[in-house]
Design a protein around this ligand. Structure first.
Ligand SMILES: Cc1cc2nc3c(=O)[nH]c(=O)nc-3n(C[C@H](O)[C@H](O)[C@H](O)COP(=O)(O)O)c2cc1C
Length: 189
């Protein structure tokens, strides 16, 4: 195996989803640099079907307020569980929301979803190679019109995920993966 192959295999296998972050700041320039790498993902007809909302420093409050607003009960109070989650989100250096246009044609929609997912994985791997961790989240509230509107997602756009990003404070053990032989049918005659 070449050294290059070994490096990329290791990054792919050792990347983990990170939930505990150090308080060390991450600059928006660093995120932009990583996105400049990630954008080299395959995308059919080079439509580059992604858009990003980057919440950093004071701007994180817009993301957090959007979340708490979406969790409010009829009495306009934020449940304790959501308040705790908001406090946790506040400690995370960067929140990046990845958005895709919802194309009316199913084929294009599927291709776009595939392209954005490939781009996000590129982003995760490029970040991991630099010691930066994240978690890709698709919680119920990303579908909530209250949350969407409060962060500036337009009608006809789909949130593919919220990426919560920072330097890893704890790297969890890898969860086992099934042998590919159990998932593979070889047809060779
Ligand atoms: C499309 C997608 C959505 C995800 N949504 C969530 C989520 O909402 N909450 C969460 O804790 N992890 C989420 N994850 C992360 C997975 O749980 C994680 O990748 C999986 O447990 C394997 O762990 P690893 O990434 O460390 O290998 C998501 C991953 C993907 C690809």
């Amino acid at each position: 195996m070449t050294n290059q192959a070994h490096i990329i295999d290791t990054i792919i296998k050792e990347r983990r989803s990170i939930k505990k972050f150090k308080s060390d700041a991450l600059s928006t320039d660093e995120i932009i640099e990583l996105l400049e790498v990630a954008k080299w993902a395959p995308n059919h007809k080079l439509t580059e079907p992604w858009r990003f909302l980057l919440f950093a420093e004071e701007g994180k409050e817009t993301f957090i307020q959007a979340y708490t607003k979406s969790q409010m009960g009829a009495d306009q109070t934020v449940p304790e569980k959501a308040q705790k989650k908001a406090a946790y989100f506040r400690q995370i250096p960067i929140h990046l929301v990845v958005v895709m246009p919802e194309h009316p044609r199913q084929k294009t929609w599927d291709e776009d979803y595939g392209a954005v997912s490939a781009m996000i994985q590129n982003f995760q791997l490029a970040a991991w190679a630099r010691g930066i961790g994240m978690i890709w989240r698709t919680n119920d509230w990303i579908y909530d019109p209250i949350f969407r509107e409060a962060i500036g997602v337009k009608d006809g756009e789909k949130i593919i995920g919220t990426l919560m990003i920072g330097y890893a404070d704890f790297i969890p053990e890898a969860k086992e993966r099934t042998s590919i032989k159990e998932k593979l049918t070889i047809i060779n005659e």
